[in-house]
Design a protein around this ligand. Sequence first.
Ligand SMILES: NC(=O)c1ccc[n+]([C@@H]2O[C@H](COP(=O)([O-])OP(=O)(O)OC[C@H]3O[C@@H](n4cnc5c(N)ncnc54)[C@H](OP(=O)(O)O)[C@@H]3O)[C@@H](O)[C@H]2O)c1
Length: 342
Amino acid sequence: MIKCAVVGATGYTGIELIKILLRHSDVELTKLTTRQTQAIPIHQLIPTLPADIQIEVRNHSVQEVCQAADVIFLCLPHTEAMEAASVYAKAGRTVIDLSADLRLHDWKTYEKWYGVKHIQKALLKKAIYGLPEIYRNDIRSADLIANPGCYPTAAILGLYPLLKKRLIDLDSIIIDAKSGVSGAGKKPNASTQFCELDENFYAYKVGRHQHTPEINQTLSEAAGAQVSVTLTTHLLPLDRGILATIYARRKKGVKESLIRDTFFGTYEGEPFIRIKPAGFFPSLKDVQKTNFCDIGIDVDSQSDRVIIITAIDNLLKGASGQAVQNMNIRFGLPETQGLQVW
Ligand SMILES: NC(=O)c1ccc[n+]([C@@H]2O[C@H](COP(=O)([O-])OP(=O)(O)OC[C@H]3O[C@@H](n4cnc5c(N)ncnc54)[C@H](OP(=O)(O)O)[C@@H]3O)[C@@H](O)[C@H]2O)c1
């Protein structure tokens, strides 16, 4: 049994992780932590759990977590996570960090986009970017896994096959993405209040969303050349899910059939990628509460643009589901363990 701890267990990604890990047959969930000093009974946090599950969320103690767990999932806000990652990595634990703190290779890029100092720069060189469909081999031996962001997961999976084979112009990519409000985390803020969101729909962080460099970094690695995307993010009046509509100009002479075949070839055998038949496109209802990424593809022959539509659940394939997928890969377990829902 793999002994797991969730640090920052009371937030949205923490709660999803608890639910997955409790039904995972190779995991013993040994520690759940909070900043709060008073212990929280698990049924207070997740009332739907079976009554016989007896575990509490307790004040974070590094010593207790190290004693109890081999794998530590960090579900903390960015900047908080890097310090914890450093402590647990030094203690020889396997760390899967859901925050953005370890995702970018270059600390200057992190500081520019996140507006805070990176105080654990050495970790950036050690961390493996945990997108299984691209970095599976590296993940198998990683002790420090930077779990991808939700928008980057939706965007990168929709573009990776075409960039790897260089079937689209690198300077032509536009990602128009929409997220449910759980993507913003549990901490309330003015723009995620019910009255602002209900019956509303709007773009935010236009031209400056912090996930842009993460997408550029991974797509540049895939293409072997610098890629700079335009990313526009929107907030949907929904709980969960991301739908990304991606546009890119196909290279001269590239046929639609080659584009489709490239997607099918790249993702053949991937347990969590579902490519739609021609003429069909993803919808959020099909992926909510699952670890799937659905992908639909079309080519507009008038403009020579490829249109790719991807959909994920931001809390699962975009966060906690993908984190467990990474753990499964790292420990040689079936990749779908704990993640099979229908
Ligand atoms: N939400 C998503 O869709 C999503 C997707 C991908 C990645 N992520 C990333 O995953 C991490 C966790 O996200 P989340 O949505 O679960 O966030 P969240 O709902 O805000 O939860 C974060 C938890 O961290 C704890 N915490 C510790 N120090 C904190 C501090 N200084 N300020 C606020 N909370 C603190 C809090 O628990 P206590 O108050 O009990 O201590 C809180 O419940 C973030 O880095 C986020 O960017 C989120």
